[in-house]
Design a protein around this ligand. Structure first.
Ligand code: 13P
Length: 252
């Protein structure tokens, strides 16, 4: 059975003080008997080191929200995979739709980032998803296929054990509109098939595919009980300990 991963993508929210408060509350209230769920928080860069320190003796792991694919050098404003790994982070979100649309990240860049993250021993949470227009004009499958094939280009079979895919339909992010459990499960199944075509059935069956897009306590249980949904990448609802914890509990 695949493990479930519930990850909080805080986006550009929380300073150092509120990071300490939120993580402390999550740790204090978290059920420590969660057998099959891994919990990850992804604060902004400025809070990562503190988050790693705070979570050291807990079940919570820490991820960054982005990185650059070069090792070091004249890349003003960027942070490397090595820097993220060096402070004790285990995960890094790559290719979030906000990075793709607001910051113009291409599949080619995302692919370079994924390969660099893996090389440095980080686990990429590789985000994909279609826009509403793409879903409505029938190109959703082609879009997901291009994102998956180009994003994973050159990633080896053994490296796939360290990758998580997050299916985040763009129309469901921050909108309050959630994909129905059936819509999400169908998309996840399609993505799993793509990975089977690229690699083989055991890689596809072991791959963790999270759902993201207005996941909240009210809909988490139904989404997480679907056979192809292995967790959640949570935005808004990860910013309050109670709602994040209730999604974590719904995964067990
Ligand atoms: P919301 O949960 O706020 O819709 O955000 C989802 C998301 O983008 C997680 O990466």
């Amino acid at each position: 059975m695949r493990r479930k991963i519930i990850a909080g993508n805080w986006k550009m929210n929380n300073n150092l003080k509120s990071t300490v408060e939120l993580i402390s509350e999550i740790i204090n209230k978290m059920d420590n008997h969660l057998e099959n769920t891994d919990v990850v928080v992804c604060p902004p860069f400025t809070s990562l080191e503190t988050a790693v320190e705070l979570t050291k003796n807990s079940k919570v792991r820490v991820g960054a929200q982005n990185m650059f694919y070069e090792k070091n050098g004249a890349f003003t404003g960027e942070v490397s995979a090595e820097m993220i790994k060096n402070i004790g982070c285990e995960y890094v979100i790559i290719g979030h739709s906000e990075r793709r649309t607001i910051f113009g990240e291409s599949n080619e860049w995302i692919n370079k980032k994924i390969k660099k993250a893996l090389e440095e021993g980080l686990k990429p949470i590789f985000c994909i998803g279609e826009t509403l227009e793409e879903r409505q004009n029938g190109t959703m499958e082609q879009v997901l296929k291009t994102q998956v094939f180009e994003g994973l280009s050159g990633v080896t079979e053994s490296q796939m054990a360290n990758i998580i895919i997050a299916y985040e339909p763009v129309w469901a992010i921050g909108t309050g509109v959630t994909a129905s459990p059936e819509q999400a499960d169908e998309a996840h199944k399609y993505v799993r098939n793509l990975v089977e075509n690229l690699y083989n059935s055991s890689v596809a069956q072991e791959l963790i595919i999270q759902y993201g897009g207005s996941m909240k306590p009210e809909n988490a249980k139904e989404l997480l009980s679907k056979p192809n949904i292995d967790g959640g990448l949570i935005g808004g609802a990860s910013l309050k300990a109670d709602s994040f914890l209730s999604i974590i509990n719904a995964s067990n």
